[in-house]
Ligand binder design. Structure first.
Ligand SMILES: Nc1ncnc2c1ncn2[C@@H]1O[C@H](COP(=O)(O)OP(=O)(O)OP(=O)(O)O)[C@@H](O)[C@H]1O
Length: 174
């Protein structure tokens, strides 16, 4: 494991510094200590967390809050949810096979997952650079948006292959 740099909240830092965060570059012995075992590394990670979900129900609750946040704040997430719902409804209406329905379902989920990751990454970037311009912030956001675009194009392709032929047959035979 390669730990180049750790950023920990200032209230957990051993040395005081200005601002909200203290950047700590561990020396070789600290790096060794962090990487010595997965359990140890995980306990270090948890120590840096502001809050840890106490149980499984809480974990699910936070996860649903994330989905709810994306749905209420991200226009693209709502658009993809709507298109996904239409695709699944069309699949049922056109009576496509179970395997094809599964492919549509996974594809819809894939796009929504990419949207959620994009939203999470945007928040982390904004948290890091606030309202200042940074080339790396631009790259991170553009690449995350690019990932969603590629996912959406793949979904369009899947819909074209699975849903379009039976839809055209239905239209031209009626
Ligand atoms: N701090 C920043 N520094 C440099 N460029 C930024 C910064 N914040 C945003 N940008 C640029 O503005 C674009 C739009 O930013 P935004 O935060 O709306 O992301 P987005 O991925 O386009 O949002 P959404 O997915 O909600 O449409 C980014 O893709 C990036 O090119």
């Amino acid at each position: 494991m390669n730990h180049q740099q750790l950023i920990i909240p200032s209230n957990q830092a051993t040395k005081k510094q200005g601002g909200n965060h203290l950047t700590v570059v561990p020396n070789s012995s600290q790096t060794q200590q962090i990487s010595s075992s997965p359990t140890e590394a995980s306990s270090v990670k948890r120590r840096f967390a502001f809050k840890v979900a106490p149980d499984l129900i809480s974990s699910f609750r936070y996860a649903f809050k994330g989905v709810h946040y994306a749905f209420t704040t991200q226009r693209n997430f709502r658009i993809h949810t709507l298109i996904g719902t239409i695709a699944l409804t069309l699949g049922i209406f056109l009576q496509v096979s179970a395997v094809k329905m599964a492919v549509i379902g996974v594809t819809v989920a894939f796009v929504l997952v990419l949207e959620l990751i994009n939203t999470a990454l945007e928040s982390v970037v904004d948290l890091t650079v606030k309202q200042t311009y940074h080339d790396l912030a631009k790259i991170a956001k553009d690449c995350a948006a690019g990932a969603v675009l590629i996912g959406a194009l793949a979904a369009l392709f899947v819909a074209g292959v699975i849903l379009l032929p039976p839809l055209l047959t239905l239209i031209f035979n009626s």
